[in-house]
Design a protein around this ligand. Structure first.
Ligand code: CS2
Length: 472
């Protein structure tokens, strides 16, 4: 028996949706219906409890989620796991799951007042160093030339164009990816797309009618596995082919800048504030920074999951020092947050053995992730006359992963990245790799990076971490 409206009565009562599936209208369109949205913003939106804000999920790349969800009336479960403890709930807030073309049309529906977006960092197709749209990207260029758009910004602009034509009124577009100032970035990319596409009139409508708040999102959601689906189906008593596994922790901090109303997300525990910047910077440099550091060292060491890395005391020590000595001193803590507590809690979350978060997932797209995570820590410390040793170790480990393409034991290592080919240089020595990959980075970190890369190459990741942890 498969999970659906009809079989919902067979699901334990405490696991049934808090909102929906009946009586929901669609007030929110989400672009990028991956596991993260379904375990994070969708859960908050359901818990906010406003039936005007059912969610239409738009798949941007693969139709797999749509195929699993359609026979289940868009119901799916979220399985929270912490060690041996598990709890499950069915989410009923999705009113539809559609492909991009229908999604663009839905943006023109006057009932829709918020568009949220999770399209991954490279999905914005911007230059991370400048925040500008990469107009030379072939997909961007083809979208600008007028084909049915395939890029996220191209699709969003098409949706806004349709909304303007339908006179459907103001709307808010909220980026929910791991970016600094995602709202400002997205507003800039949309404006550039309009200008390059000679749609100044559309831009003149967007400026007063569309708000682009930023938001900080946090929940560890590994790509769903067959084991999650099997465990969820056991707990539910019906089969759920769209189940997701995640941790109990979740956090969402939202910039309070909406053009046409929003779900009362604070009822679900979100923080709605005029200034998300301190939260974003903290989360990106601490959680995501330490994630990347552990992922690249772990990948070189042949480890598969974050909890495996967290079972190595030397790697934990490196992570702890990165948080304390490098990341924390660059941050202004958000109101009421103690960075030492935040860091300690973070390490506990990462050690959760039930998550099995694949290192390969975190290691992917470093060219887009590191400029948000480790590089600004290095830069800020340098500006204060200090060295960010541990952040530099993370960057050097990334360089070793992408340049050598082999783990320390010689096994092939493929790190997914839009620039993967350019980054491969198996024959190059440490200094050459640093010079070719460092690009615009300040020269002050060069010697440190070359030194770490030399040590990683000679001794491997685990021995380097062990020796470094002893050196202090
Ligand atoms: C991770 C994030 O994949 C990654 O790079 O660092 O997806 C991380 O799990 C989330 O940001 C946690 O909120």
């Amino acid at each position: 028996m498969r999970l659906s409206r009809r079989t919902l009565s067979a699901v334990p009562e405490e696991a049934r949706p808090a909102l929906g599936p009946d009586g929901l209208r669609t007030g929110l369109v989400h672009l990028g219906l991956g596991a993260f949205h379904r375990a994070h913003q969708a859960v908050y939106t359901e818990d906010a409890g406003d039936p005007a804000f059912g969610v239409c999920g738009v798949t941007m790349r693969s139709m797999a989620a749509a195929e699993a969800l359609a026979p289940q009336d868009h119901l799916y479960s979220v399985l929270e796991r912490d060690g041996a403890h598990a709890s499950i709930r069915v989410v009923g807030v999705l009113t539809a799951v559609v492909g991009p073309e229908v999604g663009i049309a839905r943006i023109a529906d006057p009932d829709v007042r918020v568009i949220t977006m999770t399209v991954t960092e490279p999905g914005y197709r911007h230059d991370p160093a400048t925040g500008r749209l990469r107009a030379d990207d072939p997909e961007v260029a083809a979208d600008l030339a007028g084909r049915p758009p395939v890029t996220a910004v191209g699709r969003l602009v098409a949706g806004l164009r349709a909304r303007r034509a339908a006179d459907a009124g103001p709307v808010t577009v909220m980026s929910c990816d791991n970016l600094v100032g995602g709202g400002r970035l997205l507003a800039g990319l949309v404006a550039e797309h309009c200008r390059l596409g000679r749609e100044e009139d559309l831009l003149a409508w967007i400026e007063p009618n569309v708000a682009f708040p930023s938001s900080m999102v946090d929940r560890i959601v590994p790509a769903a596995t067959a084991a999650d689906r099997a465990a969820a189906s056991r707990l539910l008593g019906v089969e759920d082919r769209a189940a997701l596994g995640t941790e109990p922790f979740r956090q969402w901090v939202i910039e309070d800048r909406f053009a046409a109303g929003r779900p009362p997300w604070e009822r679900a525990g979100a923080i709605v504030t005029p200034d998300v910047a301190p939260y974003e910077t903290m989360k990106l440099r601490m959680l995501n920074g330490v994630h990347s550091l552990l992922a690249y060292l772990g990948a070189l060491a042949g480890l598969r999951t974050v909890d495996q890395a967290m079972a190595r005391p030397d790697l934990v020590e490196v992570a702890r020092r990165y948080l304390e000595h490098d990341a924390a001193p660059t941050l202004t803590p958000p109101p009421g947050v103690d960075l030492a507590d935040y860091g300690a809690r973070l390490l506990t979350r990462l050690a959760n053995p039930a998550l099995r978060h694949p290192i390969a997932q975190i290691a992917a797209d470093g060219t887009h992730k590191l400029p948000q995570r480790l590089l600004p820590v290095i830069r800020d410390r340098l500006a204060h006359g200090a060295e960010a040793r541990w952040a530099a170790l993370g960057v050097a480990a990334w360089m070793r992963c992408v340049a050598a393409g082999r783990a320390d034991d010689g096994a092939p290592l493929t790190v997914a990245d839009p620039s993967a080919e350019r980054l491969r240089m198996p024959e190059a020595g440490p200094a050459e790799v640093v010079d070719r990959l460092m690009g615009r980075e300040p020269a002050g970190s060069r010697a440190l990076l070359v030194d770490w890369l030399f040590r990683l190459t000679a001794d491997g990741a685990l021995a380097t971490a062990r020796a470094a942890a002893r050196e202090g």
